[in-house]
Design a protein around this ligand. Structure first.
Ligand code: F6R
Length: 366
């Protein structure tokens, strides 16, 4: 049932082009300029009139929430807060009927996320769910929601759930922005078309697999990794680090690249691999100077770059290429090489990739 792959995780990584397509199929009509999400339509006024959106989730789903914060604020101009469900539920949070809460959960069974939803409902907030498992507790406890169509995710390390969650959140943000008029018509249309191209771009990114395997071979014995990104790719850095630690048991930390000089730079030496997401973006020059800072301290750079990049290619020790796509959509492609890197390192270290020690697929206890 692994479809010829050695592990479910690898199968699920490779399924991403098709499940991202499944997730937008029938919901995104790029030529017509239409986004239609059944669960959303009648609640659009709730979102548009909300004082703010509070996103609650755990782990990888929380990282998808962070990406959504950037997208929603940029396009839909609605203030967004992203909270770990476990912190939110225990800190007497301020929630009112004017808040919209989005709960993100692959399994739909995560205990802390469920408790956060119950609390938000008690306080009168409207709660929207983004779940993968159909009929799961969270999908039933929320007022409405949108399913990701990732299909069963068996590997404990979440991969296709993450990219499909971002796909759904991107569609919601585009829809709200279009109705609010906070995105120009041309920008809206362009992003619809580009979102439709994402499965092809992911396919392309997967073609670097052999190259990434070689990089994994070089770094499999490192005992620490740093992951850096800015803007939309800061959460991707966090996700890359989480993926590595959970399946390879190598310590890894994700940071916003600019925060490095406020502490983590002290860790840099010739034994510290630094994975930097350095794709075409508004932050490109800033990321380039972060790379220079690391190089001048003998750090080793593995950079995720846009295809055709020349500047970072010169500076980095190793590169992993991804196709060009508008900045807002880049997390959907930059995530791919980081998933593969963790996967190969874990396999080389003989880890139990699909069922890492101490972890469970759904965390139904707090
Ligand atoms: C990471 C991972 C966990 C889950 C987290 C939330 O690969 O699998 O961090 O993302 O336990 O799970 P869901 O999304 O089911 O609520």
């Amino acid at each position: 049932e692994k479809g010829g792959y050695d592990h479910f995780m690898l199968k699920e990584i490779y399924e991403q082009p098709s499940v991202i397509r499944d997730t937008y199929r029938g919901r995104l009509l790029a030529n017509e300029g239409i986004i239609k999400l059944g669960g959303l339509e009648e609640y659009i006024p709730k979102f548009i009139n909300a004082d703010r959106i509070i996103i609650v989730a755990c782990g990888t789903s929380w990282h998808a929430g962070l990406v959504a914060e950037y997208i929603f604020e940029d396009w839909a101009r609605i203030p967004v807060e992203v909270e770990y469900a476990s912190e939110f539920r225990y800190r007497n949070p301020i929630i009112t009927e004017k808040d919209v809460v989005i709960a993100i959960s692959q399994s739909g069974e995560t205990a802390d996320t469920l408790a956060a939803i119950k609390l938000a409902k008690e306080k009168g907030a409207f709660v929207y769910g983004i779940c993968n498992v159909v009929g799961s507790t969270i999908s039933r406890e929320t007022h409405s929601g949108t399913y990701t169509h990732a299909g069963p995710e068996i590997g404990v390390a979440s991969t296709k759930a993450f990219t499909t969650q971002i796909t759904v959140l991107t569609m919601i943000a585009l829809k709200l922005a279009q109705i609010k008029g906070t995105i120009s018509k041309s920008n809206y249309m362009m992003h619809l078309r580009e979102l439709e191209q994402i499965p092809n771009h992911v396919e392309e990114a997967l073609k670097s697999n052999d190259k990434i395997k070689e990089i994994a071979e070089v770094f499999k014995d490192a005992s620490n990794f740093l992951y850096l990104g800015r803007g939309y790719n800061f959460p991707v850095a966090l996700e890359g680090a989480l993926k590595l630690k959970e399946i390879s048991y190598i310590h890894a930390e994700g940071y916003p690249a600019a925060e490095m000089k406020h502490g983590p730079i002290a860790l840099i030496d010739e034994n510290m691999p630094v994975v930097v997401i350095a794709i075409n973006s508004n932050h490109y020059d800033k990321v380039v100077s972060n790379i220079q800072e690391i190089k001048s301290r003998k750090g080793v750079i593995i950079a995720v770059v846009t295809k055709g990049d020349t500047v970072v290619r010169e500076m980095a020790d190793y590169i992993m290429e991804v196709p060009n796509t508008p900045e807002t959509l880049t997390p959907l492609v930059t995530t791919i090489p980081l998933q593969l890197l963790s996967y190969h390192i874990a396999v080389m270290l003989n880890r139990n990739v699909d069922q890492p020690r101490n972890l469970a697929k759904s965390v139904t206890v707090e």
